[in-house]
Write a protein that binds this ligand. Structure first.
Ligand code: GLA
Length: 666
C-alpha cells in the first residue's frame, strides 16, 4: 500500500495549496522561483479548479494544468493533485438543481460560494467520477505527481429528498427491519412509530425536539455518505496510480466526519490546523490536533493546511507574531508530521479569502511572512532524519464521534457541557504536565498504554465498556470523567446512572442525580473547586479521594478510585485537573518527557530526536540532561541552553551524552 513515504522520499514535505488559476501565467514562473528560494518542494493544485477544467458540461481544458505541472516538475516541486469536486461549477446547479443541498428547512443552498453539492446526488457523483477519471488518466504518469488529494474538507450536510432515500437505504442496512429501527429509535415516545420505510425522513425542521436516536443515526449516515463520495474518487485514482498515496484533508476535531473511520480509508492522513494566534493555549490546541491526527494515522501524518499569518474567518483575525509560525510548524513535526503545508502559497487579491494570509503575502518577498517561511523551509531541510520516525506515548485520551454526536443534543441535563471543551481541558492538563499523549477510540486495543483517560464519553457501546473493563482489570490505569457510560449505542440510557459494569469497576453504587452547575458557579471540594458539573453518587467499594464540601452534596465523592480505576464526577479547575492527572500518571509509572522544564516549555520526543519548544514570548534558559547536538544550529549543547522567544531546538544525543546517561563513561 502506498504511504506518506512515497511522497516525502526521505525529506520533509514543505509547501501549500497553490491556486495558479487566480493569476496570469507570467506570475507562475515568479512563483516557482520564489518557491525554490523558500525550499518549497510541494504544491497542492486543483482544489477549486472544476470550472476551469470543465467550463461547460463534458468539456475539458487541461492545457493550463499540463503547463503548470510541467513547470512544477522543471523546478523540482512535487504536485499533490486534487480532484476539484469540492466546488462544482455554476452550470451544475443551474442545469441540475437536484445536485444542490437543501437545509433542514428545505431551503436550497445555492452556488456562488463553494461546496454546494449533495453527497447523495447521483448526478453530482456521476460528474465527479467523470472528471476524476479524466484527471487520473491524464496525470497518471506525470513525474511531478506525488499524491492525490480528494475533494477538500468534506463538510456538507443535506436534507433533500434524494438524501432521504439514501438515508433509508443506509438505515435498512443498519437496522434490517422497521421494527428494529422503531426499537432502536424508541419511537413509542410521542407517537413516532413508523409503519413503513417510506415514512422515514432525515430530521428536518419540526415543531419541537426531534428524536435524538434519529439525529444520531443521521450524523452517522452523513459521515458515511460523504465517505462514499471520497471512496468512489479514491478508487478511481488508485486504479490509475496504485503506487501514489491518496488523502483527503480533515478539518481539525470537526464534528461532521468520524475521522477514525475515514482515516482507515486513507493512505495518508492529513489535517488543517488553525490555532488562534491570540489564544494563549494555541500551542496546546496545535499539540492536541497533532496528537489526534498522529493517532489516526498510526504514524507520520501530513499538515495539509495552516496559516502563515492571519486567517479571515474569525471575528477578529490576528496575525502570527514573529516566530510563532516556525514554532507551531516544528511542533507539528515533533508530533509526527512529515509534511508541513499551508493554505495557501500566494495570498489572493480577489475573492472571499483575499485577507487570508499566504506564504507569500501581499507584502511580497520582502515581507516578514515570506522571510519567516524561508527560514522554516531551510530548517526543515535539516530535519531529514526525522522523516518516517515515530513518536510514542504512555497515555491515551479516548475520543469517539458517536459519543460527541449523542451527547451534544438538546434535552440533556446541561447545555453548558461542551464535548470539545472537555477533551481540550483534559489534554491540556496532560500537556502542561509534560506527558506525551496519543488519542484512541474506546474500542481500540489499549494494552500498550499505562494510562487511559476518558474525558467524557457519554455513549459507550457494550464492546467499548468490556474493553475498558478488561484494560483496567489487566493492570491499566483508567481515569474517567463525568457523565461517562450513560447511554448505549442507540442513545438509550443505561440504568443506575451509568453502565453497571463500569460502576462495579469504579467502585460506584448508584448515580442518584446529576447536578450540573451554572456557568459562574463552583463548588468547593477537598483541595480544589468543582466547575460545570457535580454528581450525587453513592460508593460501593470505591475510596473517596476528594469530596464535595458544603451544599447539597456535602461529603459525597467528587473524585473516587477503586484500585487503578478512577472517576472524576466534575470538571476540576485547570491546576487541579493537572495536579490530579499528573499524580495518577506518576503512580502509573508514566514520566514527563523531560522533568523540571520551566513553565511554557515543551519537550517532545520523536524517534531519536528531542524537540524542545518555548511557547513563551520571552527567551528562556533550559537545561536538558546529557550532551546533545542541535540539528538546527549545528551547536553542541551541554548544560543550560538559551531558547529565543517561540524558540525551538531539535536535539540528538551525542555518543558521549549517551554514555553518560547509561553510566558507561569514564
Ligand atoms: C480551509 C479550506 C481552504 C481555505 C482555508 C482558510 O482549510 O480547506 O480552502 O478556505 O480553510 O482558512
Amino acid at each position: 500500500m502506498p504511504s506518506l513515504d512515497d511522497a516525502t522520499r526521505g525529506r520533509p514535505v514543505f509547501g501549500g495549496d497553490y491556486n495558479p488559476e487566480q493569476w496570469p501565467e507570467e506570475t507562475w514562473t515568479e512563483d516557482f522561483r520564489l518557491m525554490r528560494e523558500a525550499g518549497v518542494n510541494s504544491v497542492t493544485v486543483g482544489v477549486f479548479s472544476w470550472a476551469k477544467i470543465e467550463p461547460r458540461p463534458g468539456a475539458r481544458d487541461f492545457g493550463w494544468l499540463d503547463r503548470l505541472t510541467d513547470l512544477a516538475h522543471g523546478h523540482g516541486v512535487g504536485v499533490v493533485l486534487a480532484t476539484p469536486t469540492a466546488s462544482p461549477p455554476p452550470w451544475m446547479g443551474a442545469r441540475h438543481p437536484e445536485t444542490l443541498p437543501r437545509d433542514e428547512n428545505g431551503q436550497t443552498v445555492w452556488w456562488g460560494s463553494r461546496q454546494q453539492f449533495c453527497a447523495s446526488s447521483p448526478t453530482y457523483r456521476r460528474y465527479a467520477a467523470a472528471i476524476t477519471e479524466d484527471l487520473a488518466a491524464r496525470y497518471a504518469g506525470h513525474p511531478a505527481l506525488t499524491m492525490w488529494h480528494i475533494n477538500n474538507e468534506y463538510c456538507t450536510h443535506c436534507w433533500c429528498d434524494e438524501t432521504a432515500a439514501h438515508f433509508r437505504r443506509w438505515l435498512r442496512a443498519r437496522h434490517g427491519t422497521v421494527e428494529a429501527l422503531n426499537e432502536a429509535w424508541g419511537t413509542a415516545f410521542w407517537s413516532q412509530r413508523y409503519d413503513d420505510w417510506e415514512e422515514i425522513i432525515p430530521p428536518r425542521r419540526a415543531q419541537y425536539r426531534r428524536n435524538p436516536a434519529q439525529e444520531l443515526d443521521f450524523r452517522r449516515f452523513t459521515s458515511d455518505a460523504l465517505m462514499e463520495c471520497y471512496v468512489a474518487e479514491r478508487d478511481i485514482v488508485a486504479r490509475h496510480t496504485p503506487l501514489v498515496p491518496v488523502t483527503t484533508n480533515f478539518m481539525p476535531f470537526w464534528s461532521g466526519q468520524d475521522a477514525w473511520a475515514w482515516s482507515a480509508e486513507e493512505d495518508v492522513v492529513s489535517v488543517d490546523i488553525y490555532p488562534d494566534p491570540k489564544d494563549p493555549l494555541g500551542g496546546q490546541y496545535n499539540a492536541m490536533i497533532g496528537d489526534m491526527t498522529r493517532s489516526q494515522a498510526r504514524g507520520p501524518w501530513m499538515l495539509m493546511e495552516q496559516a502563515a499569518g492571519p486567517v479571515n474567518w474569525r471575528e477578529v483575525n490576528h496575525p502570527k507574531p514573529r516566530g510563532l509560525n516556525r514554532l507551531l510548524s516544528l511542533q507539528s513535526v515533533a508530533r509526527g508530521a512529515d509534511a508541513v503545508c499551508y493554505f495557501q502559497w500566494r495570498q489572493s487579491r480577489q475573492g472571499a479569502e483575499k485577507f487570508h494570509s499566504g506564504m507569500l503575502s501581499h507584502a511580497g518577498e520582502r515581507g516578514r511572512t515570506f522571510q519567516e517561511v524561508k527560514r522554516i523551509g531551510a530548517e526543515l531541510a535539516l530535519l531529514e532524519d526525522v522523516v518516517g520516525t515515530r513518536a510514542t506515548a504512555g497515555i491515551a485520551v479516548l475520543h469517539d464521534w458517536n459519543s460527541w454526536w449523542a451527547g451534544q443534543q438538546d434535552g440533556r441535563p446541561s447545555r453548558e457541557v461542551d464535548y470539545q471543551r472537555l477533551v481540550r481541558a483534559w489534554h491540556r492538563a496532560l500537556w502542561e504536565s509534560g506527558l506525551a499523549t496519543d488519542f484512541a477510540h474506546p474500542e481500540h486495543d489499549l494494552r500498550g498504554y499505562r494510562m487511559v483517560v476518558v474525558p467524557h464519553l457519554y455513549l459507550l457501546t457494550d464492546t467499548a465498556i468490556d474493553n475498558l473493563v478488561s484494560y483496567a482489570r489487566g493492570g491499566g490505569t483508567l481515569v474517567c470523567g463525568f457523565f461517562t457510560g450513560v447511554a448505549d449505542e442507540h442513545d438509550r440510557v443505561r440504568e443506575g446512572g451509568m453502565d453497571a459494569r463500569l460502576r462495579a469497576l469504579l467502585g460506584i453504587g448508584t448515580v442518584h442525580e446529576w447536578w450540573p452547575l451554572d456557568p459562574d458557579e463552583s463548588v468547593s471540594c477537598d483541595g480544589f473547586d468543582a466547575t460545570l458539573w457535580s454528581e450525587e453518587l453513592s460508593t460501593d467499594g470505591g475510596e473517596v479521594v476528594a469530596a464535595y464540601r458544603g451544599g447539597e452534596l456535602d461529603g459525597l465523592a467528587a473524585v473516587l478510585r477503586a484500585g487503578r480505576a478512577w472517576y472524576v464526577s466534575t470538571l476540576p479547575s485547570p491546576p487541579a485537573l493537572r495536579a490530579l492527572l499528573a499524580g495518577i500518571a506518576e503512580e502509573a509509572g508514566v514520566r514527563p518527557v523531560v522533568e523540571g522544564l520551566p513553565e511554557g516549555v515543551e519537550a517532545v520526543r520523536r524517534g531519536e530526536l528531542l524537540f524542545v519548544l518555548n511557547h513563551g514570548r520571552e527567551p528562556v534558559t533550559v537545561t536538558v540532561p546529557g550532551t546533545h547536538h542541535d540539528l538546527l544550529t549545528g551547536a553542541e549543547v551541554a548544560g543550560p541552553m538559551e531558547l529565543e522567544r517561540f524558540g525551538v531546538a531539535v536535539l540528538r544525543e551525542t555518543a558521549a551524552g549517551r554514555a553518560v546517561a547509561s553510566g558507561t563513561a569514564r
